[in-house]
Ligand binder design. Structure first.
Ligand code: 13P
Length: 276
């Protein structure tokens, strides 16, 4: 068969699927069938499994719409708490196995709309969106790569936690039962320039054992099973920093004994089971 004829038939086979409502992205999931139809010149025929393809695509679209809204909502929440002054902070969420939905760079987190969000692959390449992705996408991707259980990441500059990070202090003294239960302890990653690969590398060793990390002279990053979980961990981090500051000002902080810390870890497991 002449190559022009094959190209024409391929285009026709593709067009007949699009006309029948098969989304463009799904055409590539069945390349053999597309090629077979083009070579034989057979017209496209509906098969029940094509309906499944359509339902899957509709579900994915719905998920994207919901996550765009969530991302805008939690961006605003971060801003209203005073954790993201100016253009500070960025948030992201896994869209599916291969794609990340993230906030764009250089924007007020208060003003972001769902349509402003951008999509990248797992290497940070922009797949869709009218703006550039956050300059901290490298740090977000390091977290997703190292922690398959993580679905969402929040990076912010909450003032008191950032002050501790700027004094070279981790939040790792067990002063407060709730903090030990919620996060264990909050370590400090060494300083790295924002927006560089080094920032991702600076947190990597801490990722297996922590869900909240202070970034030296910069801010904090938290992550979890969804955006709300990651956001609540950011709130808890800042709250604990405030408690630490107040205990230092009042004087004579009294950290919990090791046995109490161990009991809190057990209590945490029970608590989390009850939350499910
Ligand atoms: P982006 O505007 O690129 O998201 O960066 C903000 C920030 O907080 C850098 O650390």
């Amino acid at each position: 068969m002449k190559s022009q004829t094959l190209i024409f038939r391929l285009a026709l086979a593709g067009y007949s699927r699009i006309a029948a409502g098969i989304p463009l992205t799904k055409l590539l999931d069945t390349p053999q069938r597309l090629l077979r139809d083009a070579v034989s010149g057979r017209p496209w025929q509906f098969r029940p499994q094509d309906n499944v393809v359509r339902i899957d695509a509709a579900k994915l679209e719905l998920r994207e719409t919901e996550l765009r809204r969530e991302l805008a909502r939690f961006s605003k929440w971060t801003s209203r708490l005073g954790y993201a002054p100016g253009t500070a902070g960025n948030l992201s969420v896994r869209l599916d196995k291969e794609r990340i939905l993230a906030t764009p760079t250089g924007c007020s987190k208060y003003l972001l709309r769902p349509s402003d969000m951008v999509i990248t692959d797992l290497d940070g390449h922009l797949l869709s969106g009218t703006r550039n992705v956050t300059s901290e996408i490298g740090m977000h991707l390091t977290i997703y790569r190292n922690r398959p259980d993580v679905e969402a990441v929040v990076h912010a500059h909450p003032p008191i936690a950032t002050a501790f990070a700027s004094c070279g202090l981790a939040l790792d003294t067990p002063l407060c039962a709730e903090l030990v239960m919620a996060l264990g302890s909050i370590p400090l990653a060494p300083y790295a320039t924002p927006g560089t690969e080094e920032l991702g590398a600076s947190i990597e060793p801490l990722l297996p054992d922590h869900d909240a990390i202070l970034l030296a002279n910069h801010g904090a990053v938290t992550f979890g099973k969804d955006l709300q979980d990651a956001m609540m961990k950011m709130e808890t981090t800042e709250h604990f920093a405030q408690v630490c500051l107040a205990t230092c000002e009042i004087g004579s902080p009294r950290p919990l004994e090791n046995t109490a810390v161990d009991q809190l870890k057990q209590a945490r497991e029970k608590y989390l089971k009850n939350c499910q």
